[in-house]
Design a protein around this ligand. Structure first.
Ligand code: AHR
Length: 355
């Protein structure tokens, strides 16, 4: 996973060709982009609208584009990588100034990103990253080096989020369910192959001392055991559906649910209640994102903790885009700053939450 936050000069080959025409969500009136001497055009390929978090991210991008007076061409891929590739290809044909995108999965981007390089259009990865390109390239002209495939990545350290979820459980599980020698964990994974899923999966296991290659396993100290792990694709509906199956097969043995996002945790809470168990007590629930729905559940006592993943990335995306186009140095990875929330601080934090 991504380990370095380093500086790199924006691609010297960035194209400044203007592309007029349709836009959605950004400033469509005249004038110039903040920090530029003209109005710039950004193509943005978003994954879809699978979660509360994603909606907040999209709103942040659109609001920031309007604020910076950037002509934003926004495309919703409805969870399909194919749609993202098509959108990016269209942006290239339209000769946009810069392309930002949230890769639904980590792999399969080489060809399209090389097309962007050939067209001289810099790219920014937002929220999720792509495999194997987390550093400044040794040779900035080597197209085959994945480190050259995008100019900047703006998003969270997903692996660290998995570490934080496990650390919270190590510190708190015995306070909620005392007297257990082993805590059985079930896991709802995010979209398979996405950096959000692979990072959280690995980070969670690393902190427990469970080999990252195994879906199931026992912590090095023998106190935590992952007994079931399946994807719920980051959606509330699938989180509920998979948890229903978990409850049917192992309902009486489950002590902990780790969900790779809050939406799946919220769906699972319903399944747990329908199975006659008390979420937050019989089953300790930890999610990721810290969306309002999770705060409501924590205040109601049905969820125990949420590890924040910041979706309000729009302002950083626009600022980074302008810096790249002005050929100013930008960080290769702008890491989001985040906190952890649980029932001890959720009520106090809730009123100031923006998403
Ligand atoms: O990539 C970020 C993840 O994607 C969020 O945790 C999840 O809610 C979203 O759908």
């Amino acid at each position: 996973m991504k380990k370095l936050a380093v500086f790199v000069l924006a691609l010297a080959t960035a194209s400044f060709a203007f592309a007029g025409g349709g836009q959605q969500g950004g400033g469509s009136s005249g004038g110039v982009t903040k920090g530029m001497d003209r109005k710039i055009v950004m193509g943005y390929s978003q994954i879809g609208a699978e979660s509360e978090w994603r909606t907040a991210c999209t709103n942040s991008v659109k609001a920031a584009a309007a604020e910076w007076n950037i002509d934003l061409r926004f495309s919703d891929a409805q969870q399909q990588q194919q749609n993202q590739l098509q959108a990016i290809r269209t942006f290239i044909q339209q000769k946009v100034d810069i392309i930002a995108f949230t890769p639904v999965v980590e792999t399969g981007w080489e060809a399209i990103l090389k097309e962007c390089l050939d067209a001289g259009i810099p790219t920014i990865c937002v929220d999720r990253s792509i495999e194997g390109s987390d550093r400044v390239a040794a040779n900035p002209n080597d197209k085959n080096d994945p480190d050259n495939w995008f100019t900047a990545f703006i998003g969270s350290d997903m692996e660290q989020e998995g570490n934080r979820a496990a650390a919270w459980l190590i510190a708190n599980a015995a306070k909620i369910k005392p007297g257990k020698s082993v805590y059985n964990i079930v896991e709802l994974q995010g979209t398979v192959g996405s950096s959000a899923m692979t990072g959280r999966f690995k980070g969670f296991r690393d902190t427990f001392g469970i080999p990252a290659a195994s879906a199931l396993g026992t912590s090095a100290d023998g106190k935590f055991k992952i007994i079931l792990s399946q994807t719920g694709d980051f959606t509330r509906a699938q989180g509920k559906q998979v948890m229903e199956a978990f409850m049917k097969s192992n309902g009486n043995d489950i002590d902990i649910l780790f969900a790779h996002n809050d939406d799946m945790a919220i769906g699972a809470i319903q399944a747990i209640q329908e199975a006659g168990k008390v979420p937050g007590k019989d089953i300790i629930i930890v999610g990721i994102d810290a969306v309002k729905g999770a705060f409501e559940a924590m205040v109601a006592g049905t969820m125990n903790a949420s590890i924040e993943c910041n979706p309000l990335l729009g302002p950083q995306v626009m600022e980074t885009a302008v810096n790249i186009l002005n050929k100013k140095p930008v960080e290769k990875w702008v890491v989001s700053k985040e906190s952890d929330y649980d029932q001890s601080n959720a009520a106090a934090a809730y009123p100031s939450r923006q998403y």
